[in-house]
Design a protein around this ligand. Structure first.
Ligand code: OKP
Ligand code: ZN
Length: 343
């Protein structure tokens, strides 16, 4: 399996507001380095680079003004004399006005964010677009007739919606790739999200659409980030009704319970008969992940990959979460090896 990788991710190393303190993001450059090292160690396959794409590709799932905001935010922020990261601190919740884009960068940051885990730094935009470009190149590889690809994306994407960033995510890499497939003639795409956190951005982007099925297994939002989406009764809207499937699972979920939910999820995917599968591959379901609450072990990621392979679909794996432990490389690559029948 080809791994699409860019070293440009190193340009994004940011701080987040967590537990009442500003500290380095758990989502740090070392993560991708660790996964890349494991790809090389097991000889998963060759590395490939991705051509730089025009921003209009991202605007197929994001609004043009949001993409422009991402592109210009650092410049607007640093023009005020700031050298530290830009972080949102005020949000248009409930009855506040969210129909007028503020002019001041402080207002824009809140307008286009769902939390304070998405700092913008000098190198953020370059890293963010390079990450999306990897997902696009991976999808192009499938469109060229290949069976699988791994986009080693960083920063991740699944919390980013059409007009907001959140949870370390800026552009929704998986959604951009799924839409690209449709734009190139694909009829139906499934996004399967196995990250511990609900992929609220991917759900939101495709919620009213029948051409993209979204299927997600994640920590129950009653106790887990992002708290405000991921419930079972979110099944789609309008034409999209019935094409959104959430599997919220309790704290402590182990492979036995997870495998059961995954088998059910795979049944939904089979029934949908997509042309292509995009997997939002987060490995923060691991027992030792510092911000998550499932109990998967490294060996469990082989059968996860095998279950996905059982769908028999051209599959693009897009890297999402997984934090702080060396096992993220092992776990992510175990999924890919399990998929390739090397489990
Ligand atoms: C991004 B991805 C928990 C804090 C959660 C945000 C987590 C974003 C996860 N104490 N902070 O889905 O892995
Ligand atoms: Zn996650």
């Amino acid at each position: 399996m080809l791994t699409f990788y860019s070293q440009l991710h190193h340009l994004h190393h940011a701080s987040e507001l967590k537990d009442g303190k500003v500290s380095p993001c758990f989502e740090m450059p070392h993560r991708a380095d660790t996964v890349l090292a494991r790809v090389r160690e097991v000889g998963l396959g060759p590395l490939a680079t991705a051509p730089a794409q025009d921003s209009s590709r991202y605007a197929r799932v994001h609004s043009a003004r949001y993409v422009r905001f991402l592109e210009t935010a650092w410049q607007e922020w640093s023009a005020l004399g700031h050298q530290h990261d830009a972080l949102p601190l005020v949000w248009p919740v409930r009855d506040l006005r969210s129909d007028i884009e503020p002019e001041h960068i402080d207002g824009k940051l809140g307008f286009y964010a769902m939390d304070a885990g998405v700092a913008i730094t000098a190198g953020t935009w370059q890293a963010v677009r390079a990450s999306a470009d990897l997902a696009l190149a991976g999808m192009q590889h499938l469109l060229d007739g290949q069976h699988s690809a791994f986009a080693l994306c960083r920063p991740p994407g699944h919390h980013a919606a059409a007009e907001y960033m959140g949870g370390y995510c800026y552009l929704n890499n998986a959604a951009i790739a799924a839409q690209f497939c449709l734009d190139q003639g694909g009829k139906r795409v499934t996004v399967l999200d196995v990250d511990f956190h609900h992929g609220n951005g991917s759900q939101s982007i495709f919620y009213a659409r029948a051409d993209v099925q979204f299927v997600s297994l994640h920590g129950d939002p009653r106790r887990s980030y992002p708290y405000f989406s991921g419930h079972r009764d979110e099944t789609g809207h309008g034409a999209g009704l019935g094409f959104n499937h959430n599997y919220p699972l309790p704290h402590g979920t182990d492979w036995t319970a997870y495998a059961e939910a995954l088998a059910h999820a795979c049944q939904q995917i089979r029934a949908f008969q997509p042309d292509v599968l995009v997997v939002s591959l987060g490995v923060d379901t691991f027992v030792d992940d510092p911000i998550s609450h499932f109990r998967l072990r490294s060996e469990d990621y082989f059968p996860m990959g095998a279950a996905i392979a059982g769908l028999g679909l051209p599959t693009l794996f897009v890297m999402e979460g997984g934090y702080m432990v060396d096992e993220i490389g092992i776990n992510a690559v175990n999924v890919l090896q399990g998929f390739a029948g090397q489990g």
